[in-house]
Design a protein around this ligand. Sequence first.
Ligand code: FAD
Length: 408
Amino acid sequence: MAEFTLELNDDQKQVRDWLHGFAAEVIRPAASEWDEREETPWPVIQEAAKVGIYSLDFYAQQFFDPTGLGIPMAMEELFWGDAGIALSIVGTGLAAVGVLANGTEEQIGTWIPQMYGDADDVKVAAFCSSEPDAGSDVASMRTRAVYDEAKDEWVLNGTKTWATNGGIANVHVVVAVVDPELGSKGHASFIVPPATPGLSQGQKFKKHGIRASHTAEVVLEDVRVPGHCLLGGKEKLDERLARARERAKSGGERVKNAAMATFEASRPAVGAMAVGTARAAYEVALDYAKTRTQFGRPIIDNQGIAFQLADMRTQIDAARLLVWRASWMASAGKPFTAAEGSMSKLYASETAKTVTAQAVQILGGNGFTREYPVERMHRDAAIYTIFEGTSEIQRLVIARTLSGMPIR
Ligand SMILES: Cc1cc2nc3c(=O)[nH]c(=O)nc-3n(C[C@H](O)[C@H](O)[C@H](O)COP(=O)(O)OP(=O)(O)OC[C@H]3O[C@@H](n4cnc5c(N)ncnc54)[C@H](O)[C@@H]3O)c2cc1C
């Protein structure tokens, strides 16, 4: 195991600087245009593919960095550039992780390359779990997957919502109910291959922030996928369902499992995105406060402004430390006994909201216009307390983990 240190090693610094360069030179200059267009920034994704940032290889390299800091560092830099564009670049990775976590080697090898395409013909992927009546309450999911044994096919029916890249993806990963009696234990994930009949895009949402990232409903009407599209395979599913039925008979799952390891491991990545947005807004505000003069002196000469900036930076650094701790714990296989992953996502996302609001205030009238990026960053920051589990759900997970009680 890597010795504990908060200092990035030379390789990590090199990757960080390379990503920062891409964020500063390619992402940031395009941010305002794609925010206004509210469309997927295909040319920027293509640029990222050309230099190797939009690829499974890049993602895997960061993921397997033994210190655990590869992913948070990459997320912070890309989202420092712009949250909407960065989500368009990393959204496919979130779907790919669903396959990496649950798929067989054959499934990983078959589907992940099709999620990315190549630099001349880039593709994106979508992870579809949320539904109109199943957001925080994942167990109330209704999309059904029924096995047609005669044809060795699964038939999917239902409506997914809020899917990043939904409807425009080459490959969709869809979570569906295979046994309604078992709540969330009766769910399974399926690959829907490119151009499968019955899958269509529903409403595309016009959003408050991260507008360069495509978010839409995905409608599934008698979507037939081959048996081998069930992630992990049928045998593994049958074993898992049998175990869940046994547990259900003997009184069900216990609350002490509230901090589910997979979510605890993935939530710090979202925390790191929030740190990137917060840092970006703080830097603009610091610069502005040093150059804007009122009453004959720079506004930062007033403690009222300087102390705000001191608090902003302190909170950003604290958020990063929580994110790094949780990421290190995940890579070192440490148990999340205090839901440290949820803690990092909760604190970093709330920090991004506060810090971007303060940045708008420090820029005064200019902060309220689209001439300066903090207005967009403030709108973008609002997503972090909502997706990948809202702040309220993070608090529930933390409180249940700490207390062992079924807190509601
Ligand atoms: C831009 C965007 C992109 C997204 N991308 C994806 C994606 O790619 N794939 C995907 O599957 N999903 C995605 N989501 C969905 C996202 O994960 C959900 O929006 C989120 O889980 C919240 O669900 P909801 O919107 O239904 O809110 P609800 O669950 O209806 O919550 C509404 C409010 O009630 C609160 N609340 C709910 N239950 C409790 C409780 N028990 N205690 C206290 N408060 C509670 C919530 O915190 C929230 O404030 C995305 C969402 C957005 C907005």
